[in-house]
Structure formats: structure tokens, C-alpha cells
Ligand binder design. Structure first.
Ligand SMILES: [Zn+2]
Length: 161
């Protein structure tokens, strides 16, 4: 069961409260607009921002925000790997091609979606089973989740089934 932020605050020591405070200070900025994401979608994280369509803004609640904030954290940590790989590729002589490693979050996201599509033969099911989405959907209702999340926690959701 998900622990709500309120529950976490009742009868806990200062030390146990800390993770939630940390999460509050590390929120990624939400930008309401008319263009991103495409019509039919509610929100999209492109770190360092989260974009929400104005027409769908009334559906953007704390759970949806927590879901996107989890993606923001995933993207931030994947960018570290992307930059590292780009530097290695640059040094290895790949030239400007090295920069293709930078958006590794989106490369992996697309690659895993294709793998899941082969596995489930259902695009919606494939989407929900991408490791990044599994982590976000499994923890979006736990508003304190990001306060205690371990780096690269999405890898725990890589399992096949
Ligand atoms: Zn998502």
C-alpha cells in the first residue's frame, strides 16, 4: 500500500521526516502550455521541465505530478550516464556522433517499448511495462517515494515478467 505524505508526518521523528523535506526541495518545474505534449496526452517530462497541456490541466493532480517527478529523477540520472558515454565516445574518436548517447533515457525508453511490444503484442501493455513506467506507476500514489528512492531504482523493474 502507498504511504501518503500526511501519514508519513504523523508520529515520526525528525530524522524520518527528512526524506519528504528533501523531495519537496527537489521538485522539477511544471510548465503549462498549449503545445507539449501532443493532443491526447496529459503531461510529459523533458528534464529539467515537466510540460502539461493547458487543455488537460484540470486532470493534472498530485498523483500525476508525482508520476512525472519520478520520470524527472530517472531522466536526470540517465543523463549522467548519457554524458559519460558521450565523453567516452568523443575521446574514442566518434566525433559529433558521440552526442547521440546524450538522450539515453529516450533511447532506452524506445528500445524497451519495442521489446515489450514483441513480448505483449499490445502497444498499451508494452507502454505500461517499460521499466521507467513500471516504477512510476507503482509508486506515483506514494508522495514520499522520491524522498527515499535509491538512484537507478528503475532497474529493479527490468525483470521480464
Ligand atoms: Zn509515465
Amino acid at each position: 500500500m502507498a504511504i501518503t505524505a500526511q501519514k508519513l508526518f504523523i508520529g515520526k521523528s525528525t530524522k524520518q521526516r527528512h526524506p519528504y523535506k528533501k523531495y519537496k526541495n527537489m521538485k522539477t518545474k511544471v510548465i503549462f502550455n498549449d503545445i507539449i505534449p501532443f493532443r491526447g496526452f496529459l503531461a510529459m517530462c523533458l528534464w529539467p521541465f515537466i510540460f502539461v497541456r493547458n487543455s488537460a490541466a484540470s486532470h493534472y493532480n498530485t498523483v500525476a505530478n508525482n508520476h512525472e517527478q519520478i520520470h524527472a529523477r530517472q531522466q536526470k540520472e540517465m543523463l549522467i550516464i548519457g554524458v559519460a558515454l558521450a565523453v567516452i565516445a568523443w575521446v574514442a574518436g566518434f566525433g559529433l556522433w558521440a552526442f547521440l548517447f546524450m538522450p539515453i533515457f529516450f533511447l532506452w525508453y524506445g528500445f524497451e517499448w519495442l521489446c515489450r511490444l514483441v513480448q505483449y503484442r499490445d502497444s498499451n501493455k508494452a507502454y505500461h511495462n517499460i521499466s521507467f513506467e513500471r516504477e512510476a506507476y507503482a509508486n506515483e500514489k506514494d508522495l514520499a517515494y522520491l524522498g527515499s528512492r535509491k538512484p537507478y531504482a528503475w532497474t529493479k523493474y527490468l525483470r521480464i515478467k
